[in-house]
Design a protein around this ligand. Structure first.
Ligand SMILES: Nc1ncnc2c1ncn2[C@@H]1O[C@H](COP(=O)(O)OP(=O)(O)O)[C@@H](O)[C@H]1O
Ligand SMILES: [Mg+2]
Length: 254
């Protein structure tokens, strides 16, 4: 049986003014998988995510999400679709004037009419998932980097989105905190069946969590395939990226 596509991008182009960032991008992401988007800095990874998330006007190409044409939706349909897509931003972006619990409750209050006691229950469950129940009444300024990321993750999953997007979630994290974030991501995939699309450069993370790799270069996708295929592939930029691993091996043997 064919795997179910949760995202399908076809021939997407994107520019800022006269600067073409994406010229012809096509790839698919599948249900229950972690898809990693790779590419050097400035290659358009964040721009691609923002087009998928409907944050930019898309003039050329096709974006299908859950099998639906995401570019042909009216406002209500759009709102409904984007409520099913959780986003975890680069620097967490919690509101500093609110406690962790209030931050996680925010999407529930904005997008649902659930009674307060039910919202409280959901907030507790989500904070439990990221092992942060004890910080419910703390303010973001009182949290460590790793805790901030986990709180932001709890907020991103508040509405139980079937797809979750991450843009460089590991930036600024030490290796131990990064590993615990990875473990949470694997739990979300395996226990809640979420599909995950992530931009990251962290090779150890990629080896732990990736099912599928998309490599962006010069405005288009130069590699699309499984992690195993990526590790064996002879596309120069992809080979170079993963050759960092050979350096680790060499250093061990030296
Ligand atoms: N809002 C914007 N306005 C103008 N140019 C932008 C904007 N966002 C990104 N760019 C440019 O588009 C290119 C791709 O950026 P980005 O998608 O952020 O790359 P990446 O996430 O891969 O590092 C860069 O050259 C960047 O300077
Ligand atoms: Mg970026």
């Amino acid at each position: 049986m064919d795997k179910e596509k949760v995202i399908e991008v076809r021939n997407l182009a994107a520019s800022f003014g006269d600067t073409v960032v994406l010229s012809d991008v096509s790839f698919s992401a599948y249900k229950g998988e972690v898809t990693i988007i790779l590419g050097s800095s400035g290659s358009g990874k964040s721009t691609l995510l923002k087009h998928i998330l409907g944050l930019y006007e898309t003039e050329k190409g096709e974006i299908r999400i859950f099998g639906e044409d995401a570019l042909g939706l009216d406002e209500d349909q759009q709102l409904h679709m984007y409520m099913r897509m959780g986003v975890f931003y680069q620097n967490g972006a919690l509101l500093n004037s609110m406690t962790v619990g209030e931050n996680v409750a925010l999407p529930l209050k904005q997008h649902t009419s659930l009674p307060d006691d039910l919202v409280d229950d959901i907030v507790n469950i989500k904070l439990g998932l990221v092992n942060l129940e004890y910080a419910i009444n703390k303010f973001p300024s009182e949290l460590s980097g790793g805790m901030l990321k986990r709180a932001a993750l709890a907020r991103a999953i508040a509405l139980d989105p079937p797809i979750l997007f991450f843009d460089e979630p590991g930036a600024g994290l030490d290796p131990i905190s990064l590993e615990s974030l990875d473990r949470l991501i694997i739990d979300l995939k395996e226990q809640l069946g979420m599909s995950i699309v992530m931009v990251t450069h962290e090779v150890p993370s990629i080896l732990r969590i990736a099912n599928r790799i998309i490599y962006l270069d010069k405005g288009s996708v130069v590699f699309e395939g499984t992690l195993k295929e990526a590790l064996k592939c002879d596309v120069e930029s992809v080979r170079q990226f993963f050759s960092l691993l050979d350096d680790v091996d060499k250093a061990k043997q030296a």
